[in-house]
Design a binder for this molecule. Structure first.
Ligand code: ARG
Length: 580
């Protein structure tokens, strides 16, 4: 209720001054109420004023309440309880706010001062199976991109795929052993885990293979033409697979966003030079490293370095990320660098950011954030694995989601025909997987549970999509056009209408709160409260009422609810079917 606070504060100044409270001494106490409900939208706890005014908090709250209530007529009803002044949005104020929203396609969401932001997300590894951690990164990253773009920022999607480094020696040799014709193009690699494991086993057990792999790494690093061609086959086969997953998921990533580790390889010597110019680079047993000191100690309490160039001349994951920071800051001109990567890489990012700041690759004007997330667990609390104990294949998982959604809607709505059912099943199945990931606090581990995510009850995508579809059907059944109600006068006659109006008015705050903290679950929580308020409203209020004014107000509220749900879900990368 920021708007309510914004409007109320100036009107409270004079009455509070008359009680001896100078401007600038009390405004910070006024904030959103934690009690909620009809009692209070905004509250002012008066306990801290007690020593100043030498009265009890409840006396102060009572006096303030009587002093301001006249000034706030038409804005809020004022009361006091237990030392709190409570403001509850006035019905006329609320209906005027809702009327503003009906004419606003952005549902009240304002534009920020634009920044240039790189969002590093998805980032699977070439010639390896994409795992559920990459699914989380892809889904969370994509939602963050959409929210930030909607807030008016220039967003660069960066898919930092793992496509370079020493493992490619053995992977290329294994490719040659299998025969490139059996892999290239359409054929692809059906089991990346197996491919990687076979290469690894040969590398560990067969000295002749290991030797070939090592010299292949040297050829790759010197960019020998034939070796690069073979490397490209692996990259292409993998990116085709990633693209299949992306298109099933319906995320924004395209080939234009691919900016893998290999893209920074020519910048790596430059990182070394620049670190050495700053005097930060040290030699440790033949390797170039940076000791940051401070808290970075290993188990034995010895300083623990950031590896920049190994003794054999090879570069490290950190070096690539440093090159990447230079590129994003200096070439793209980013103000902000966001990395949507699992929590296990926390230390890596902290150290890389610290090196980059000390070396002057970033300064005070830049913000780098590790947008971390927890693991995906199965119902027994273990890391999610396939039945055979392998990495879950994401395409299989997404196909299963769609097919489960299809059986559930066939049961619920047998009237839906082939194509429509298929497309609704895709929106519901994929939406369920995405939403169950997005709706839990990303920093926590989350439990993957088919039944819960596909349920039509609770904080789930199907529940929100269903509320949206229900509203679409109210309009289609009544033959009334959605646009025709968008300028209706709003009357909030029942508590349920007031309640729904409040959740709609708070939509823009929820988007801001979610985007500012990079926490998609905050928006999910609010969308769920919109859908639940709608359910209570629809249970009590006859929408197609005989009274024309009541009817058009209620239809306008329905339309707004549907728009908030589809806009909100859209910002999370989730579609809404009109029928399901
Ligand atoms: N490919 C890495 C992995 O699978 C993630 C890369 C994240 N991005 C980055 N700039 N380091 O763990």
């Amino acid at each position: 209720m920021r708007q309510l606070i914004r409007e109320a504060l100036p009107l409270m100044a004079a009455p509070l001054l008359s009680l001896g409270l100078e401007e600038g001494t009390w405004e910070g106490l006024v904030g959103p109420s934690t009690v909620g409900g009809s009692l209070a939208d905004v509250a002012m706890p008066c306990h801290s004023l007690s020593p100043v005014l030498k009265k009890s908090p409840s006396d102060i709250a009572g006096e303030i309440s009587s002093a301001i209530s006249d000034s706030l007529i038409g804005i809020a009803e004022v009361s006091s309880l237990n030392g709190f002044v409570n403001l509850s949005a006035a019905e006329s104020w609320l209906s005027a706010r809702v009327e503003v929203l009906t004419a606003d396609p952005r549902m009240g969401v304002s534009l920020d001062e634009p920044r240039v932001i790189a969002v590093d997300y998805s980032a699977p590894n070439v010639a390896k199976e994409m795992h559920v951690g990459h699914l989380r990164s892809t889904v969370i990253g994509d939602a963050i991109v959409r929210m930030l773009e909607f807030k008016g920022h220039t967003v660069h999607r960066e898919n930092h795929v793992g496509d370079w480094g020493t493992p490619f020696g053995m992977l290329i040799e294994h490719l040659l052993d299998i025969g490139e014709g059996n892999v290239a193009g359409e054929k692809g690699i059906s089991d990346f885990d197996l491919f990687y494991k076979e290469a690894r086993t040969k590398f560990d057990e067969d000295p002749e293979f290991a030797e070939r792999a090592r010299s292949r790494v040297v050829m790759l690093q010197s960019e020998e033409e034939e070796t690069l061609r073979l490397w490209r086959i692996l990259v292409d086969v993998s990116t085709n697979y990633f693209n299949d997953v992306y298109s099933m998921l319906g995320v924004l990533l395209t080939d234009d966003d691919l900016m893998g580790e290999s893209a920074y390889r020519h910048l790596l010597p430059n990182v070394v030079d620049r670190l050495s110019e700053t005097g930060m680079l040290q030699n440790s047993e033949g390797a170039d490293v940076v000791f940051l000191g401070g808290k970075w100690l290993n188990r034995d309490g010895e300083p623990f370095p950031v590896m920049i160039r190994k003794a054999d001349g090879g570069f490290n994951y950190s070096t690539s990320d440093l090159a990447c920071i230079i590129d994003r800051v200096e070439r793209i001109g980013c103000d902000e660098l966001l990395y949507v990567v699992g929590t296990p890489q926390k230390q890596h990012f902290e150290m890389v950011f610290e090196v980059a700041t000390k070396a002057g690759f970033m300064d005070q004007s830049h913000r780098a954030v590790h947008v971390n997330f927890g693991s995906v667990l199965d119902s027994s609390g273990q890391m999610l694995k396939s039945r055979k104990g392998q990495t879950v294949k994401l395409v299989d998982l997404l196909r299963e989601a769609v097919s489960r959604a299809e059986s559930s809607i066939s049961e619920k709505n047998p009237g839906l025909s082939g194509d429509e059912r298929e497309s609704a099943a895709r929106m519901i199945g994929i939406g369920a997987v995405k939403y169950s990931d997005l709706s839990s606090d990303r920093t926590k581990d989350y439990v993957f549970d088919w039944d819960r995510m596909l349920s039509f009850e609770g904080n789930t995508a199907p529940y929100l999509q269903y509320a949206h579809a229900r509203i679409c059907s109210i309009f289609s059944r009544s033959g009334i056009g959605r646009e025709s109600v968008q300028e209706s006068q709003i009357n909030l006659g029942t508590p349920e209408e007031v309640d729904l109006a409040k959740t709609l008015v708070l939509f823009s705050e929820a988007v801001d709160y979610s985007a500012a903290g990079l926490y998609p679950h905050r928006l999910c929580t609010h969308l769920h409260s919109i859908a639940s308020s709608f359910a209570s409203f629809y249970e009590v209020c006859l929408v197609l009422d005989e009274d024309e004014e009541v009817k058009s107000s209620r239809l306008a509220m329905c339309d707004l609810t549907a728009r908030a749900l589809s806009l909100g879900l859209g910002l999370l990368g989730i579609d809404c079917p009109e029928r399901m």
